[in-house]
Ligand binder design. Structure first.
Ligand code: HEM
Length: 123
């Protein structure tokens, strides 16, 4: 299991920033294209959060370093807040939540990419 975790943790970690880019594209399509993809965006958000939890578990199992685990843990925390702000903004019409949500999306993109880079580069 240790070997499996070490083999798959890098690609799984890179899937998180990959999904975030896809989520930004869905919002762009919703705002400037035809038809709303916001429900799919929300479901993909839940999937992204779950994947970040899996990445943290795999990174711990694969004995990644403290900084790598810290970045993976920070990604989980930020995505938890991101999902909550997304629902607050969209379902309760709280515009402040939506505005923080978009900004936090950019921040969590950077943190998750840094986590993936660190996790994938360690052996
Ligand atoms: C740069 C990336 C992102 C942008 C620009 C963005 C933007 C948005 C916007 C504009 C909304 C609708 C808000 C409103 O109508 O007031 C929304 C909703 C939402 N977002 Fe994001 N988002 C991003 C990334 C994410 C991520 C990474 C997650 C979670 C991991 C997420 C989860 C959600 C959820 C759960 C909703 C509510 C969907 C619903 O009510 O069905 N978003 N997002």
């Amino acid at each position: 299991m240790n070997g499996t975790a070490a083999r798959i943790v890098g690609p799984v970690a890179w899937a998180v920033p990959g999904l975030i880019v896809i989520q930004a594209a869905m919002v762009a399509q919703t705002l400037y294209g035809s038809g709303s993809l916001i429900a799919v965006h929300g479901s993909t958000g839940n999937l992204t959060f779950l994947l970040a939890v899996v990445v943290l578990a795999l990174a711990w199992r694969a004995r990644r370093s403290g900084p790598a685990l810290l970045l993976a843990f920070t990604t989980v925390l930020l995505l938890f807040a991101q999902t909550g702000l997304g629902y607050l903004g969209h379902r309760n019409g709280l515009t402040l939540a939506s505005s923080v949500h978009v900004t936090l999306g950019v921040l969590v993109m950077g943190v998750s990419a840094a986590a993936a880079m660190r996790i994938a580069s360690e052996r």
